[in-house]
Design a protein. Structure first.
Length: 393
């Protein structure tokens, strides 16, 4: 059938199989055009189907030549409903890995659950023995714990409500938005979902099963950003969860013998998760303009390749004074932030196109779902029912 984008607010409910394959192909080609990285050999990526997790998996396989096991939470096509973008991405990733003779298998299910942890560990034991890198890249609105309680994360402030500019993604109009403050319960729930508890559960379970190498690394991702985003990110409910993640990194390093845990602070980019955060899409559109003009723009794959090449597997792993890996260094450069601030102050409905890269924002948005690739003919009928080779349905 012919597949068209159906955008609802900040999500697209359809995905184009060939376009998603193209998206993955371009990322694979980028990594293959770069110098190889003498790094990980057997990698577990949790949250591996889109955004930073997918880019980490691609960097592991095609920069390091590593075998990868990915944990994803995606939907196959059913009837006239397309599969999720992450499903098609994963099918393409396995196809390209097989072409290059690189091991790749995928587990589809809720990474927060005990069952998926057990299945994953069983697969590691059977096929790889042990892993030497674990990438934890989950971004989820909710988590169900073993006792059946459902925790929902919120994107709110922790102090007073915060009013600033935002872009309405339905019509590109600039307006003011007020982000309400979270209750104590909402903050606690956000920490439960996006903090480090589940990361530590994974690492403890891998260690207990003897499925992790001595000297292994694990990395999770976070964001810091400039002041304009601080009330709803760094100091917001999500920031509290990320603080918990930082503490968890220290705990894992201390308590899980032979494992070093890090948090990498990544650049703000269009992903399915970041589109949902108020204020951030407008900031990203302005940031894209400034960084593209300076020739230092990066997408997920450029960021993750640089993380592997210049940080994780560099002769010396550079950390900031808080012990964090900083791959947001170009975003946070003074010259970049000064220009972003000036544009932020002057942007209005009348100058959105001139003051931001809103077209670049939308291009990235559509491409996450496999649309807007010039070499794909979107009026063609395509087969939406694509198999992920390692997953039996
Ligand atoms: P994303 O939405 O593209 O990726 C999240 C992944 O988690 C998806 O593949 C999704 O399928 C998977 N997932 C969600 N719930 C799951 C579950 N229960 N079981 C298994 N998989 C599940 O988002 P992203 O932006 O790549 O986020 C990844 C990490 O990077 C997050 O920690 C986020 O805070 C961080 N980060 C993002 C940005 C940004 O601007 N996008 C910047 C810095 C850090």
């Amino acid at each position: 059938m012919m597949v068209e984008p159906k955008v609802r607010g900040f999500i697209c409910t359809t995905a184009h199989a060939q376009g998603c394959r193209e998206n993955v192909k371009r990322q694979v080609e980028y990594v293959k055009s770069q110098p190889k990285v003498d790094g990980a050999k057997k990698v577990l990526v949790i949250g591996a189907s889109t955004g930073y997790g997918l880019a980490s998996r691609i960097s592991s396989a095609f920069a390091c030549g590593a075998a990868t096991i990915g944990v994803i939470f995606d939907k196959a096509a059913s009837g006239n409903r397309t599969a999720s973008a992450g499903w098609y991405n994963t099918a393409a990733f396995e196809e390209f890995s097989a072409q290059d003779g690189i091991y790749a298998k995928t587990i589809n299910g809720d990474a927060f659950s005990q069952e998926i942890k057990e299945q994953t560990i069983e697969l590691i034991k059977k096929d790889l023995g042990k892993v030497d890198l674990v990438v934890y890249s989950l971004a989820s609105p909710r988590r169900t714990t073993a006792d059946g309680t459902v925790y929902s994360s919120v994107l709110k402030t922790t102090g007073s409500p915060y009013t600033n500019k935002t872009i309405d993604l339905r019509n590109n109009a600039i307006s003011k938005t007020t982000i309400p403050s979270a209750t104590e319960d909402e903050i606690a729930a956000t920490v439960k979902v996006m903090g480090g508890e589940d990361w530590k559960d994974w690492m403890t379970a891998l260690k207990a099963a003897d499925a992790i190498e001595d000297g292994a690394m694990t990395v999770a991702y976070s964001y810091i950003g400039p002041e304009v985003t601080h009330p709803m990110y760094l100091n917001g409910s999500i920031g509290m969860a990320k603080n918990h993640l930082y503490k968890t990194a220290e705990e894992i390093t201390r308590e899980v013998a032979g494992v070093n845990a890090y948090v990498s602070i990544n650049k703000a980019l269009v992903t399915q998760s970041s589109s949902a955060i108020p204020v951030v899409p407008l900031y990203i559109s302005i940031l894209y303009k400034v960084m593209k003009e300076k020739g230092i723009h990066e997408g997920c794959i450029e960021q993750m390749y640089r993380l592997y090449h210049e940080r994780l597997y560099a002769p010396q792993l550079a950390l900031d004074e808080q012990g964090l890996i900083r791959i947001d260094d170009w975003e946070m450069r003074d010259d970049v932030q000064d220009e972003v601030t000036a544009l932020w102050q002057s942007i209005t409905d009348d100058n959105v196109k001139a003051s931001s890269d809103i077209d670049g924002y939308w291009e990235d948005f559509y491409r996450m779902f496999g649309f807007e690739f010039p070499n794909i003919c979107y009026s063609d009928d395509i087969d939406i029912d694509v198999k992920i080779p390692s997953i039996e349905e």
